[in-house]
Design a protein around this ligand. Sequence first.
Ligand SMILES: Cc1cc2nc3c(=O)[nH]c(=O)nc-3n(C[C@H](O)[C@H](O)[C@H](O)COP(=O)(O)OP(=O)(O)OC[C@H]3O[C@@H](n4cnc5c(N)ncnc54)[C@H](O)[C@@H]3O)c2cc1C
Length: 415
Amino acid sequence: MDLSYSPADEAFRAELRAWLEHHLPAGWGQPGFEMSAEERKAFNEGWPAKLFAGGWICATWPTEYGGKGLTTMQGVVLAEEFARLKAPLRADFFGDTLVGPTILQWGTEEQKKEFLPRILNGTMRWCQGFSEPNSGSDLASLKTTAVLDGDEWVINGQKVWTTGGHHADYCFLLTRTDPDAPKHKGISYLLVPMHQPGVEVRGITQPDGTAEFCEVFFTDARAPKDNVVGGVNNGWKVANSTLAFERGQSATTGHRRFEEEFRLLREQAEATGAIHDAGIRQRLMQYYTKVQILKINGLRNLTSALNGSQGGRRDTGTIALGATNKMFWSEMHQRAMELALDIWGAESMLIDAGLASGSWPGALRDKRRQGYPVSPMMSSFFFSRSETIWGGTSQIQRNIVGERVLGLPKEPQVG
Ligand SMILES: Cc1cc2nc3c(=O)[nH]c(=O)nc-3n(C[C@H](O)[C@H](O)[C@H](O)COP(=O)(O)OP(=O)(O)OC[C@H]3O[C@@H](n4cnc5c(N)ncnc54)[C@H](O)[C@@H]3O)c2cc1C
């Protein structure tokens, strides 16, 4: 593992620092910097256009499709500099991180020309239509169908837990296109417009007032025949590429939000005196150690990417790193948020204790229910419960490591 950066990468870092300093609001990142709800709203609305003008969204994509063609290391420096200042680097998570790279890998030339520019400039928002009421971990059992009718697919079925479905312009949808084929073989990956009469979206509101995900009903919805990515009935392979992108994010920056969280936990433990409790001290140090392991594993991930083992082919080492990393950080974070509750004590349960202000790394902002203003820390606690579920549960990651990496016998099928 070579931890040094080349002079060219350092020059690129300086260029980025100058850009960020010029474009972020004055005082950003300085102690005590705060934005009102209106200021944050205005910032969130204006920022994607600035990112786009700077060419920073998906900047590692090839120039022919609107990227900057950055090298992997330049992409790392870019992520590091934005993470250092906590400046958002995305227009739309599902577009930039999941379906965009999938279209780059599997899409036709026409699909790349049609969809990638609108992902890059942030004018097309996406949602992921994989899970169904009876098909989550066992995704290949999905029942939503698509049948060809002339030049269009006609889609019927229901998806669930569709994050951002109520804002999305398009859905990357897994559908069954050959009901007679074995379950992994008859699936296609379809790009479906959301704004049409055959698509009904119902938000699912949670106790803290957020309604991030939805149920989506397709009743004779339509999509152009040419919107299949990676070939008809080849959707399982294409979907696995998308899931690998989802699990393999932010090699060298993923630990940063946890470092910040550790700092906040320690600060509060010192303020309340909890730091003198032997159990709390142990758990704090366990958390710190795990964050360091996460950091080192990120560097291992980067090394394997630079050595070319994360190209199109997914070797067992890459699969093992992706799966262990996902279960490691999500389980670590749940323990950390349980520790947060113990440090704050009963105060963390009060909704009028002045806790509803401030910020917490990774917490959803400005979406809390009026009259039940849970603190950003509690919001992060709630969300941590979902982190061992989305993107493939911890149990499924263990099955992947056991069966595909270690070659252990397959678990018996029940039912
Ligand atoms: C915050 C959040 C956002 C999400 N966003 C999206 C989205 O945008 N689009 C989308 O398509 N989906 C989304 N999901 C859904 C997510 O992918 C599924 O919840 C997940 O795949 C698990 O499926 P399930 O909920 O049906 O649980 P199930 O598959 O029913 O699992 C229930 C329990 O059984 C365990 N289990 C199941 N099978 C096995 C097995 N073979 N071996 C051992 N244990 C097993 C699981 O680990 C789990 O603990 C989201 C989920 C969350 C929590």
